[in-house]
Structures are given as C-alpha cells and as structure tokens.
Design a protein around this ligand. Structure first.
Ligand SMILES: Cc1cc2nc3c(=O)[nH]c(=O)nc-3n(C[C@H](O)[C@H](O)[C@H](O)COP(=O)(O)O)c2cc1C
Length: 355
C-alpha cells in the first residue's frame, strides 16, 4: 500500500539520521496514526552497540529529531511518549501524529537533507561566533550541554585525550571486530546500504589497503606489539588537533540523557551543515568512558582510561552524573564529502496500517 508524500518524506528523514558506523540500528513501524521507534535487535544485535548503549541512544535520538523536524515543517502535530514500555525496553518512542492526512504538499526539510559527515581536512577559518552562540543554546531545555571549543590550547588538550582513547580503542578486541564487520571495501559490499564505505573515510592513497590489513583483529594484535595502535591513534586524532573548532555534547548518563543528546546532536549538526560548515563526529572518548563504567576496558588499559576520564572532566565541564556524549570536529570544508548510503526502506520500516 502506498504512503502519502508527507509520510514518505518523514521516512526519508528518519533514514537520513546518523548512526555509529552507519549501522542504522533502529526500526520504525507505522500503525496509523502512531509511529513506534525501536531497536532492531535481530538485524544489528550481533555486531554493534546494544539497545541501551549511549551510541544507539544517540542514533535513536537523531532519528526522532529528524522525524519531528519533518512534522514541524509540515505543520503536523506530534505527541511523543518516550520509553513507553519503561527504560528497560528497546522501544524508544511512540509518536502520535495529528492531522497528517491533511498535508498535501510536503518537502524534505533542508537541514535534514544537508546533514552529513565530512572526514576531509577543513579550512583554517573560525566558526562564526553567531553560529557557535546559537548551537550552544540548542540543548538548554532538555538538560543537554553544547559547548563550542575554539581556543587552540583547549583544542590541543582535547585532541590529546582523543589520542589516548583511540590508543585504547585500537587495543580493544570487541570494538575492532565491530569495525571489521562495518567496513565496506567493494562496490558489492557498499551496495548493501549500511556500514562504512571506505570511500567516505577520506583516507590517503593506500589507506584502504592498509585499513583492510589492520581490520583483522589477529593481525592488529600482532602489529600492536610494534606499536601499530600508537600510529593509528596519532593519525585518527590529528584532524582534531587541527580543527578550527570542536563541539562537545554532554548530558546525564542515562537512557533519557542519551536520547535527548542524540536529538540535540542532530539538530546542531544539521544546523551547522545547512550554514555551510562541515562536521565530523568523534565518538571514541565517549565510548571509552562508557566502557570504563561497565568494566569493559581491557584490564591492562584501565589505568590509562581512568586518567583520561579524570582529564576529561574539566575539559568538558562534566559535573555530577554528566558524561561526554559526543565530540564533533567543525569547520569550513575544503572538499565535498561523499555521502554514505542507507539500507532499503523495507529493512528498517514496517507498515502495519492501511494508509
Ligand atoms: C553515535 C555515533 C558515533 C559516531 N562515531 C563516529 C566516529 O567516531 N568517527 C567517525 O568518523 N564517524 C562517526 N560517526 C558518524 C557515522 O559514521 C555516520 O553518521 C554514518 O556513517 C552515516 O553517515 P552520514 O553522517 O554522512 O549520514 C558517528 C555517528 C554516530 C551517530
């Protein structure tokens, strides 16, 4: 059964949301007039973050934000119930739409279409204060802090922590194996529509072959004996050190905090992209902070992870139960980024309705 142009745009908005390693962990179902946003355990549970992890909540929050942006643009009322089955369930939101049938003319919101990841180097030009001030207010109503860092000395201190977190990351089997499963090297692999197309990673010549070599954990483990993790972490963190600005998003360390942070992240990222700025998320610090809390950092590396945690508190103004949710590198792009693909709609959406 065919959907109205508005519902089709809403689904495109939902699918356009960012996710860690482009895993697209959500599923959406439609039982008119209600949308249900949840986690697709069956499809992604074995190779990416679980339903209650910060990374998944950020992706779910981003998908929710894009859906609500589409409703707002079309003048459709949306009544949202977060965690309708409680926080222990993998259903994130129920969204009841009012008056959607009356929408005859619908276009995809510009900011939704503009948002994407750009991993190329950026120009040196500063992020205009007017834009920085604006995004810093995006999370104030939901307890999400958005901080724009543009002082060179502060950026260098944060880049150092990205490097430390990245060194831990390249010595962590589980994260490395997830990456291996996410990488898409051939046209046929890219065709699947999920995962990381290596062409979007802005690698230097020969970078793809090198990545293929080190993406296998047993090989990486051997290469780590001669310090490969240090080299990779230095390469990974260099763009942060050279960034004109960083955007740090922090919120309470809870499921609601993660979901709200995802909404605010997507709003800020879309807004900046629509204003001509490029953004590149770095999740590595947040991931290691969460792993540390859950005792999932390899034992020999917990000392380094704890030092990193201590160093991050003043850098990101983390107080009480707050944690860093996401860090983004921001600046004017030197080069257009190749857009990443999406899964076909039937893999991420179920229509349980007649209209
Ligand atoms: C929670 C989360 C974590 C991410 N972490 C990283 C990261 O550490 N490095 C990176 O290059 N991209 C990261 N990304 C960006 C995704 O890889 C990207 O959103 C996805 O591939 C889809 O591409 P698009 O943003 O261009 O639509 C992250 C995105 C999300 C939502």
């Amino acid at each position: 059964m065919s959907l109205s142009p508005f519902l089709n745009n809403l689904l495109t908005s939902y699918q356009a949301a960012p996710s860690a390693d482009n895993s697209q962990p959500c599923c959406l179902s439609w039982e008119s007039p209600v949308l249900i946003l949840g986690y697709d355990e069956e499809r992604v549970g074995s190779y990416t973050f679980p339903y209650d992890s910060q990374a998944t909540l950020l992706a779910a929050g981003a998908a929710l934000e894009n859906i609500l942006r589409c409703c707002e643009d079309a003048g459709v009322g949306a009544e949202v119930t977060l965690f309708p089955e409680g926080e222990g369930s993998n259903v994130y939101a129920k969204i009841s739409l009012e008056g959607f049938e009356a929408v005859t003319n619908s276009v995809l919101p510009d900011s939704v279409a503009a948002r994407h990841t750009n991993r190329h180097p950026y120009k040196k030009g500063a992020v205009p204060k007017r834009l920085a001030d604006k995004v810093e207010n995006f999370g104030s109503e939901v307890g999400v802090n958005v901080k724009v860092v543009s002082r060179k000395a502060d950026i260098a201190l944060i880049a150092k922590q990205v490097q430390v977190a990245s060194e831990i990351r390249f010595q962590t089997q589980e994260v490395h194996e997830w990456l291996e499963k996410s990488l898409r090297f051939t046209a046929q692999e890219v065709e699947r529509g999920d995962g990381l197309d290596v062409e979007t990673l802005a690698l230097p010549p020969g970078g793809g072959a090198f990545l293929r070599l080190v993406s296998c954990w047993s090989r990486m483990k051997k290469l780590n004996r001669i310090g490969a993790y240090k080299l990779l972490a230095a390469i990974d963190s260099a763009p942060v050190r050279n960034a004109p600005a960083l955007l740090a998003i922090s919120a309470s360390d809870s499921m609601l905090g993660g979901l709200n942070a995802g909404r605010v992240m997507c709003r800020a990222w879309s807004y900046l992209n629509a204003e001509g700025l490029a953004c590149h998320p770095y999740y590595v610090i947040s991931d290691q902070l969460e792993r540390l809390k859950q005792d999932r950092v390899p034992e020999v590396l917990t000392g380094q992870a704890k030092d990193m945690q201590k160093n991050c508190q003043p850098l990101f103004d983390l107080k009480g139960e707050q944690t860093l949710m996401m860090l983004l590198r921001v600046g004017y792009p030197k080069k257009k980024a190749l857009r990443s693909r999406r899964l076909s709609l039937e893999k991420v959406f179920k229509n349980l309705s007649d209209n």
